[in-house]
Design a protein around this ligand. Sequence first.
Ligand SMILES: [Zn+2]
Length: 387
Amino acid sequence: MNKKLSLILAIVGAFSLASCAKETTQTANTAESTAKQAKKCGDMSAKKCGDNKTEAKKCGGEKTAAKKCGEGKCGGKENMNLAAIEKNILTKYPPLEIEMSAKKLAEHSYQVQGKAGIATDNAGFISNAGFVVTDDGVVVIDALGSPPLAVELLKRIRKVTDKPIKKLIVTHYHADHLFGAQVFKELGAEVIAPIGSYKYINADSTPKRLAERRESLKPWVNEQTYVVKPDTIIDKATDFELGGLHFTINVVGAAHSDGDLTLLVKEDGVLYSGDIIFGGRVPFIGGGSTKKWADTLAEMETGLDLNVLVPGHGDASTDPAAAIKLTKSYLLYMREVMGNAVEEMMEFVEAYEETDWSTFDKLPAFDAVNRLNANTVFLSMEEESVE
Ligand SMILES: [Zn+2]
């Protein structure tokens, strides 16, 4: 390239940058000028994006802008841009009225608690979520079962802090903890999930589950709802720091699901366990391994020094050992009775009817999940017996 040509290009470039900067302070008058401006600014202004909603749109769509800002390229303008995106999020999903309150568990850690029930009870609000407020932003733990539920969670977070949502940690890929994830993704949060999540994402059953929820949780799960892919997969114990707080993500493996993790907030002594622990109710046994699950709980029982344990469902507990014990004893009992039945070559129906369930049958969610759990364990004990 000759010198004259590069000089001309440099001048044109400088002019168009200046022009982008100038125009972003003005509201575009017509759709045509907006489109022209977007083309002109391209990626250059996307880097500087973020004063207002119009500009976020100009910079290549709100989601792109959020992603770029989430990666920290927008400097001081980041918050203003995210505010515009957030304002839009508050109205873009079907409205939902639900009883939900954020309970403060420790100085920085909070929980919202879903009701005991099957997946479609209470507008799908049957699981717990949490959030931790640091000086530099918020860590959200699980995203609930639909985008409108996640919006309700966001509103509860906003009653406590206006700091940006930095991370969404999904304890495991199951619909009731996951289908709200797009709300936090759109806000620029880094989506963190355990190894094993892609087994769920790629499973044939996942689009069927989504289709089923579009019916059973209509209109909150709809055509706009999608399965968010993680930005970061965690495959071993990982520490991180945010805003002066220290966190440890522990990978449990395939216990309750294809992949589970827990999050420890060290300064608060709070553990978000996901569904490897159910508080005060019968657990739902998903697609993992009850053996691994029970072994993990046995290890946790002795190794934990916690103030509060937040399970994936049910009450938070200041007595973690007791909370762990309930889930563990249920799993062990289930393995024992179904294991014996397999050994004695009994049919499942007969085995189920002959089992004494009196230790657990008064607990919440027993009627909803116990038979299904027993069947899951029966089949897995059959598999284990031939391994
Ligand atoms: Zn769950």
